[in-house]
Write a protein that binds this ligand. Structure first.
Ligand code: AMP
Ligand code: ZN
Length: 485
């Protein structure tokens, strides 16, 4: 089924730039193009669901830019070297530490967790970026970049090469250092001239060997974490590029440091990227998001408990990306129900031949949807418009299909390709199979029809004991859902 042109997107795209703390019109550096760099995962462990919120956000931004007609080049990096256990210069390299603890090679660890991350990317219907840039592939380029700034902007200490943050104008303006508490979080390293100075190159201490080390003019060692993003973004997108994204924590240290490096490197634009955008955090009051807790919250855990991963995507979209989002299993369950309703409502249009929207009701909804997404990615409003569209009655199915397809291309919920049955994920702990669940439900339905409520309750208890909740009175006629957590 070919794509059908929907109403021309009319609202100008406005995005919140963390640099100015204000909404700004998106004006591409290269007309008709959008170049976006997103800080990627550090692959020493599985990503938690909060980390994945950052990529759902970056993907929503990318999809919106594509929908607005820009030719998108998106880069997400994979950090397999340099990220210390503390974002500043304290602690150990996260990958070296994981490798030592597990007596494994760093390369095996990085490969395993990169693949696990990619599985989550796929499960959440996050589009593939143009490039997945792997930090260790760029170490020679990082050394070349460092050479260009070493003379004027860096000094050497026992531990390696450090960036002098007073050599660039306005250091930390992104974080609003001085007004925020950003700087106080930075641990001192002996000999650093200023607390905020940071490592460009970390020398391997004498007598030690590391699994990952390279020769450099500043001794054998490894690059500082901030360097990689400056180098890979310049290499793949060119300075200045349009938008740099990351979680809100990166606004404090990592991104100010990238900006300082870019400035020192002589980037013609003051910061390397014109806009810096940050998603707020997913918070979990139970503490289960910490990777050090045994059963920590990751996408696979949601699936194991019977939640389709797109319910988590929907949960993210229900909040604006700049708002904190609190995770709860009830909230996830509600998002799953909402997704089921949407899939069922969209079903009537799924098999229709898409037709250009001409009906006023459809074109109005499309215009409102465009306005919502253009307003700094207002996904909570966009979702309600998607629902209104899906719920439209007495409407040409082809037009409805075209409108739903256009909206879903932005929201990425796979509404037109997901079947209701796809959203039933059998919990891993359920001790009975899907067929048996269906058979028990059928027997229960018969018992209820015969008003034998004792038998019906017994069958229900049987299912609950097996890890499956029965949804009586479910207006969708959805018979079962994941068991209580
Ligand atoms: P990391 O693998 O630690 O480098 O983090 C990957 C991405 O997830 C970064 O953009 C972080 O800013 C972001 N991030 C970390 N924790 C959360 C959270 N709880 N909610 C949303 N984003 C997060
Ligand atoms: Zn980065």
């Amino acid at each position: 089924m070919g794509a059908v042109m929907t109403a021309a997107p009319a609202s100008p795209l406005k995005l919140f730039n963390s640099l100015t703390r204000s909404l700004e019109p998106f004006e591409p550096v290269h007309p008709g193009e959008a170049r976006v760099y997103s800080c990627g995962p550090t692959v020493y462990n599985y990503p938690h669901i909060g980390n994945m919120r950052a990529y759902v956000f970056a993907d929503t931004l990318g999809r919106t830019l594509s929908y607005k007609g820009y030719k998108l080049t998106h880069v997400i990096n994979i950090t397999d070297v340099g990220h210390l256990t503390d974002d500043a210069d304290a602690g150990e390299d996260k990958l070296e530490k994981a490798a030592a603890e597990r007596a494994q090679s760093i390369w095996d660890i990085a490969k395993h967790y990169t693949e696990a991350y990619w599985a989550d990317v796929k499960a959440l219907n996050i589009r593939q970026p143009a490039h997945w840039s792997i930090a260790t592939d760029y170490v020679p380029a990082m050394i070349e970049f460092a050479k260009t700034i070493a003379g004027k902007h860096c000094y050497e200490l026992e531990g390696g090469l450090y960036f002098d943050t007073t050599t660039v104008a306005d250091y930390g303006r992104l974080a609003r250092h001085g007004t925020d508490e950003g700087e106080s979080r930075i641990d001192p390293v002996d000999g650093k001239r200023h607390p905020a100075d940071f490592a460009i190159w970390r020398k391997t201490p004498a007598g030690e060997t590391r699994q990952m080390e390279w020769d450099s003019p500043w001794g054998r060692g490894a690059p500082g974490w901030h360097l990689e993003c400056s180098v890979m973004s310049e290499a793949l997108l060119g300075f200045p590029f349009d938008i740099h994204t990351g979680g809100i924590d990166h606004r404090e240290i990592h991104h100010p440091n990238e900006i300082a490096q870019n400035q020192a490197h002589g980037c013609s634009d003051a910061s390397g990227a014109r806009m810096w955008m940050h998603n707020n955090f997913l918070v979990d009051r139970s503490g289960k998001m910490s990777k050090s807790s045994g059963e920590f919250l990751r996408i696979q855990l949601l699936i194991d408990k019977g939640y389709h991963p797109l319910a988590y995507r929907l949960m993210c979209l229900q909040a604006h990306y700049r708002s904190e989002l609190e995770f709860s299993w009830d909230g996830l369950g509600a998002a799953l129900t909402r997704l089921k309703r949407l899939v069922m409502a969209a079903a009537s249009a799924r098999d229709a031949e898409a037709a250009a929207p001409t009906d006023r009701r459809v074109t109005d909804l499309l215009a409102k949807f465009d306005a919502a997404m253009s307003d700094d990615l207002n996904t909570p409003v966009a979702l309600t418009l998607l629902e209104e569209t899906a719920a439209m009655k007495k409407i040409d199915a082809g037009q409805k299909r075209a409108a739903l397809a256009a909206m879903d291309a932005v929201l990425g919920l796979n509404l037109l390709t997901t079947a209701r049955s796809d959203l039933r994920v059998r919990p891993k702990t359920a001790t009975i199979g899907e067929d048996e669940i269906e058979a028990t439900l059928a027997r229960r339905k018969d018992a209820r029809a015969a008003k034998d409520f004792a038998a019906s309750d017994a069958l229900r208890d049987e299912l609950v004991a097996a890890g499956v909740d029965v949804m009586d009175g479910d207006p969708l006629g959805w018979d079962w859902q994941p068991g209580a957590n």
